[in-house]
Design a protein. Structure first.
Length: 342
């Protein structure tokens, strides 16, 4: 196939795992993306795989290794439990497949670094599926911050919390990388990196994790971080709360707040609220589908790499730093037992 053909040929996606996030969010986006074709979906249960392929297309496959051996798969969307990400992302890369891995890419920094190194050695695209990075509202916020609209930034607070999950949910499985920090806490952490830039390096100052003694996983927590320039960052996360998905930037001159910030539905029009001492203004932005934007960006990167362009992820350093921050939070956090559950 010529370079021109490689640049325009469809990206054939194989899906590892039949997770709810794949059903609700990413597979609709991948199925609708121009130049993308879902060719196979693997699950340990063939009936579950068939349910997905009946809706999104492709061939149902029993077993993950069988999918990686298929010649009609150029790239893999990895939608397995967190604890299986490193094993199967590495297997996909060794099989010559590009990888879009659900966040968190792995459960620890050393494993994330290993995958990034493996992808670089093979010039394969490896992306962590942090979809908020592709929503344009955060670019607008960055521009306002850089333009001095808020004055000197003092504090950033991000919160992503939701009600308890069904008892059998995989996020209560410690052996599969469950817990609120990996599932929800990475959102405000990565958002802070996105808005502040990795050059103003975040460091962990303290954290608290609430542990469910029955499952052994953290069900909520809070982390306090600070940048080299002195911006204080607070990350709140958990699945034992009423729902919240928001962040706030508080500067010397004004405060900016965004609600429904991390997983807005495609039709949602974000509202940026800026409060000053005697003035409030709201800006309503255009709706955007961050899942569709993510799917398109991944397919574009794969086509470029097939044509010989470097596949190194532009956010590779940020992906690794998020994993390092998670490690630091776990290492330093005060752990408390959830009251009344022990």
């Amino acid at each position: 196939m010529s370079a021109a053909d490689l640049a325009t040929a469809p990206v054939r996606i194989g899906v590892l795992g039949a997770a709810s996030v794949a059903w609700r969010r990413m597979l609709p986006a991948l199925a609708a993306a121009a130049g993308v074709e879902i060719t196979a979906l693997a699950s340990r249960e063939l009936a579950r795989a068939t349910r997905f392929t009946d809706r999104f297309g492709g061939v149902p496959v029993r077993g993950y290794a069988e999918l990686l051996a298929r010649p009609d798969v150029d790239a893999v969307y990895l939608a397995l439990p967190n604890g299986l990400h490193h094993e199967w992302a590495a297997a996909a890369l060794r099989a010559g497949k590009h990888v879009l891995g659900e966040k968190p890419l792995t459960t620890e920094a050393a494993a994330t670094a290993d995958l990034l190194r493996l992808a670089g050695q093979r010039n394969l695209v490896l992306r962590e599926n942090f979809t908020p990075a592709h929503h344009p509202m955060h670019g607008v916020v960055r521009d306002l911050l850089a333009g001095g609209r808020l004055g000197v930034l003092r504090h950033l607070t991000g919160s992503f919390c939701f009600p308890p999950l069904p008892g059998g949910d995989v996020r209560y499985r410690a052996d599969l990388g469950g817990g609120a920090l990996l599932d929800a806490g990475v959102y405000p952490l990565r958002l802070a990196q996105l808005l502040l830039g990795d050059e103003d390096r975040l460091e962990v100052s303290g954290a608290v994790l609430r542990i469910d003694p029955a499952s052994g996983v953290d069900v909520s927590g809070s982390a306090l971080l600070v940048t080299r320039s002195g911006v204080i960052v607070t990350a709140e996360f958990g699945f034992e709360h009423s729902y919240a998905s928001r962040y706030q930037l508080w500067g010397a001159a004004a405060r900016l707040a965004v609600d429904r910030a991390f997983t807005p539905p495609p039709e949602h029009r974000p509202v940026l609220r800026i409060d000053e001492q005697d003035h409030t203004e709201e800006t309503v932005l255009a709706a955007a589908d961050q899942y569709a934007c993510t799917a398109t960006a991944f397919a574009t990167a794969v086509r470029a790499a097939r044509s010989g362009a470097p596949a190194t992820a532009p956010d590779a350093a940020a992906t690794l730093r998020t994993a390092e921050l998670v490690d630091e939070i776990r290492a330093t956090a005060r752990r408390i037992t959830v009251p009344g559950s022990g």
